[in-house]
Design a protein. Sequence first.
Length: 476
Amino acid sequence: MTTMTEASVREFKMPDVGEGLTEAEILKWYVQPGDTVTDGQVVCEVETAKAAVELPIPYDGVVRELHFPEGTTVDVGTSIIAVDVSGGAAPVPAAEPRPEAAGAPAEPKPEGSGRQPVLVGYGVATSSTRRRPRKGPEVPVQQASAAIHTELNGHAPAAQAPAPAVPAPALPAPAGADRPLAKPPVRKLAKDLGVDLTTVVPTGPDGIITREDVHAAVAATAPKAPAPAASPAPAAAPASYDIARETRVPIKGVRKATAAAMVGSAFTAPHVTEFVTVDVTRTMKLVEELKQDKEFAGLRVNPLLLIAKALLVAIKRNPEINASWDEAAQEIVVKHYVNLGIAAATPRGLIVPNIKDAHAKTLPQLAESLGELVATAREGRTSPAAMQGGTVTITNVGVFGVDTGTPILNPGESAILAVGAIKLQPWVHKGKVKPRQVTTLALSFDHRLVDGELGSKVLADVAAILEQPKRLISWA
């Protein structure tokens, strides 16, 4: 019987699925040892500091070993799966020499002991190759043991009840067989809630399972609360009663990357934050008018659109704000393009995808890009490339009812604009106190390359445009 050579084994290493990522967590394996894989087949889903990504295998073969279980964080460049690319069946160990040849009595082996050991938690490797049974009558294990005992002790052993049969372990289903259709964030949600996707009824297009389907499955299996019965109040729990008062959550993925980036930014770039409160009543009226404009049909028009455009115009008037500090070269890098970052809160944490070349987009094009960015982020489909190369950022804390904040710079950027909640407030307008739509803006900037004058000009320009939106035409 032939055995697999090491030369036929290919090791698939954890790739860098983004720019400069150093590690990724294995969320889900879609194959098991013994499964046949083909070039381009997805074998696992991993979560990086930027996004959840499905990894395809780049060659054909049979899975020999999974090196890490689900939930393990693996460094980029580390082998995660071994594949036999020789074109043969699943690996089978070489035949061992018979004990009888050395004069030792044969020891009975349990059925199926010829299979190769596999990683704990991943089942038994399926194989079409089995050992050929030995010729001649087989002696039951108990009968052989009794004969040996009689020969050595001169009498038969005491009768013993036969051991109950142990059922064979269930073999895993082949990879990809009837695999439910669901996007990576939905799969992660199901995993976190302990929901088996094969039991979920899909309602999405083409039979795709949605987040609502997963929540519905949880609600359907939740036990109903029994009707309260009239009974005396329970006695207080003793002092030794153990109640979990803390929950520990591993720091990984987006949260780990965000923490490292914010600490690095806060203690590298000297932050300065300036504030301005502005009457945005005219901007809010313009938002309502644009919603009725046929040029914006099917597009999402909101205050953030005009705030983004106002910041782009302010940068055009003050281009030195759109820069970065190159510590190694001791240079200030002024950028003649704007990749506008939009901070987005998602189920996976805070991410900052950016709109490439936002400075060159018309208002309808900017609205379309904003809509796509938000939708992609909420669905967990933001690619690592979409979060690289930003130059300035907007964070809209007003959607949470917050007046303003002191935002921390995105690493490598020189400025970030925080937008507070837009509220109806008493405001002096044309010499009279009237109810007006008012908000507070906060601009943080890197004081190494942006002085107070430049930062103040940019913030004042944004405020002036939002107070008088017609400046979008005269200043653009």
